[in-house]
Design a protein around this ligand. Structure first.
Ligand SMILES: [Zn+2]
Length: 116
């Protein structure tokens, strides 16, 4: 749209750009909304850092998984020692302390029950 305005008159050009921007931010379509959400992250979001911490997490997870007295949390799927897990009898899966706290009294129906 409006390509015939972009050459020549610089005033009009700037006008057009502002108008286009306004239209984009007014739109309630799914794409602009998503990009707004991404931009609302604090500027300090560090992908590199996230990768490093994930790598550490997985290394720790493998280490725990190799121990015989460990099992997976049914929610976050990370490995924990049995002493760090709580077995939820009603639903039939282990849950770690963090997930248990997040869940609270909520019941989570599981497709497959874990072995106790
Ligand atoms: Zn968990």
């Amino acid at each position: 749209m409006g390509n015939n305005y972009t050459s020549g008159m610089s005033g009009n050009h700037r006008d057009l750009a502002t108008r286009r921007e306004a239209r984009m931010s007014n739109s309630t379509g799914p794409l602009p909304a998503a990009s707004t959400a991404a931009r609302s992250y604090p500027g300090s979001f560090d992908f590199e850092n996230m990768l490093v911490s994930l790598r550490e997490l997985f290394a720790l997870d493998r280490q725990k998984a190799s121990q015989s007295d460990s099992s997976r949390c049914g929610i976050c799927y990370l490995h924990f020692l049995f002493s760090e897990l709580h077995y939820r009898d009603e639903e039939g899966f282990y849950v770690c302390y963090n997930c248990e706290r997040a869940l609270g009294k909520q019941t989570v129906p599981m497709l497959r029950r874990q072995q106790k």
